[in-house]
Design a protein around this ligand. Structure first.
Ligand SMILES: *Cc1c(COP(=O)(O)O)cnc(C)c1O
Length: 385
């Protein structure tokens, strides 16, 4: 039967370009080992930077939350879904990051879309770093506002694009595919000079950077009040799932009234909020894990350099190994897989053409031996790419 949607053609085109995406189910991916199709792999692909996803204290907190609140929140937050656990988590995050108020979302993707959609009308401008996350790019292109994208971390280009008092500049703390950081002092200066608002998506900086894991702004010594909208997620270093948007009390009150993905969506389970509450405590007290992670990053970069691989400018647990062609990245990833190491090849359209790479992510839960095994295997694979 004919269909108005050419699904098969689109899939076939992707396959011809060698870009067809498929999934493989595994044992869940918490910890440094991954079981897929009956085989055991060393996992260098998760965003579980502090090793919290499989931490017994978090599982315990989740169970405690289930006993106390049940499995589901029962409704959207403005109906009856907003529990004491949600409120406690909002207050704890506000205290942690020095924000006036915080609002919880089921995931970062919808949090980003919710904020941009609630704020930006057709009279507004939105300036985005070219490498911002898909959730931000997509919202920007679907909204009636005018979107301008500046080159990655290109402050001169941004300065040239800015118009006074017209809208919002959005960038990331730590870029998800490159592991480098946005220049936040400079972003804040440009936003202030031009009387525009500034938003940070710190999905990958939160928990990893700064004292108590407060994230990129703290790492770079930029005061929280200089960035009007702060977004972070609970599915990466915090080891659970969900997200928040924080800033002034007025911003949060506005979101409660105008952010439709917040108003019309069943709230995250209170048990989950309870588990995230514990995760924030673990992250704040986790300076040893952060120190350990720093050491492992140094070990990996030193080893990778010696092998002659092209690494990015990253000082974070996201370590891109630049390969270039999509096929080469896929080949390298398959080769590692044969050796029992799980690393994802990241190809266009996720990254620009010719910038295919392995995205290696390190965790405080990795051992030195596991890093060395990765390096040994990368050394052996070098001649085959
Ligand atoms: C992962 C990620 C998101 C989406 O967060 P989820 O909670 O996984 O939906 C948003 N922004 C960035 C930069 C991310 O890396």
């Amino acid at each position: 039967m004919s269909s108005p949607f050419a699904l098969g053609e689109a899939l076939a085109a992707r396959a011809r370009e060698g870009l067809l995406r498929t999934r493989q189910s595994g044992n869940g991916g918490a910890g440094t080992r991954l079981q897929v199709a009956g085989r055991d792999y060393l996992n260098f692909s998760s965003n579980d930077y502090l090793g919290l996803a499989g931490h017994p204290a978090l599982a315990l907190a989740f169970k405690e939350g289930l006993d106390r609140y049940g499995a589901g929140s029962g409704a959207s937050p403005l109906v009856t879904g907003y529990s004491h656990a949600h409120q406690a988590l909002e207050e704890q995050i506000a205290d942690w990051l020095g924000l006036e108020a915080v609002l919880l979302f089921n995931c970062g993707f919808s949090a980003n879309q919710a904020v941009l959609k609630a704020l930006l009308g057709k009279e507004h401008l939105l300036w985005q770093d070219r490498l911002n996350h898909a959730s931000l790019q997509e919202a920007g292109s679907l909204l009636p506002c005018t979107m301008k994208r500046f080159g990655h971390n290109d402050m001169a280009q941004l300065a040239a694009q800015l118009e006074p008092g017209r809208g919002l500049i959005v960038s990331e703390g730590v870029f998800s595919m490159d592991g480098d950081q946005g220049p936040w002092s400079e972003l804040a200066r440009l936003a202030e000079q031009s009387r525009n608002w500034l938003m940070i998506d710190d999905a990958h900086g939160l928990g990893v950077l700064g004292a108590e894991g407060r994230g990129t702004l703290h790492e770079q010594g930029v005061a929280a009040w200089r960035v009007q909208i702060q977004m972070g997620t609970f599915g990466k270093a915090l080891g659970v799932a969900g997200a928040f948007v924080g800033g002034s009390r007025e911003l949060v009150d506005y979101m409660v009234n105008f952010a439709r993905p917040y108003v019309y969506s069943t709230h995250m389970p209170a048990a989950q909020a309870h588990a995230v509450l514990r995760a924030v405590e673990l992250v704040r007290g986790g300076s040893e894990s952060r120190e350990r992670l720093r050491q492992l990053i140094g070990r990996f970069r030193e080893g990778g350099r010696q092998l002659g691989w092209s690494l990015g400018m990253s000082a974070t647990p996201i370590q891109p190994l630049l390969v270039g062609a999509s096929e080469a990245a896929t080949r390298l990833s398959s080769r590692l897989r044969e050796e029992g190491i799980w690393v994802s090849a990241i190809r266009p359209p996720t990254v620009p053409q010719g910038k295919a790479r392995l995205r290696i992510t390190l965790s405080a839960a990795h051992s030195e031996q596991q890093i060395d095994k990765l390096l040994d295997t990368l050394g052996e694979a070098k001649s085959h790419v």
